[in-house]
Design a protein. Structure first.
Length: 96
């Protein structure tokens, strides 16, 4: 089992209950922007995983996410709510 550590930094205007994050369907419960999840696989095994995200708020708001397996960063990205919309959602694939 791999334990992944997730850090999510949302800009001030992101509206609760978002951000909503999940890896391989497991919802990540964030406390002060940090959480963790256990997955099948191990750090460095090359297994594929999917992180889904959902943020709501006015245009221009952002979410930055970093996922670590042990000390290794396995996924990092930033998304923005684009002009004319009030949400951003998607899936980011990564390997351990």
């Amino acid at each position: 089992m791999a334990v992944l550590h997730i850090e999510a930094k949302a800009s001030e205007g992101v509206k609760p209950p978002t951000p909503i994050l999940a890896i391989d369907g497991w919802v990540i419960h964030l406390t002060d922007g940090k959480g963790e999840v256990q997955l099948n696989g191990s750090c460095g095994d090359g297994s594929w995983h999917k992180l889904s995200y959902d943020i709501r708020g006015p245009e221009g708001e952002t979410l930055a996410v970093t996922v670590r397996c042990g000390v290794a960063e396995v996924c990092a990205f930033e998304v923005e709510i684009y002009t004319g919309t009030t949400a951003s959602a998607g899936i980011v694939e990564f390997t351990l």
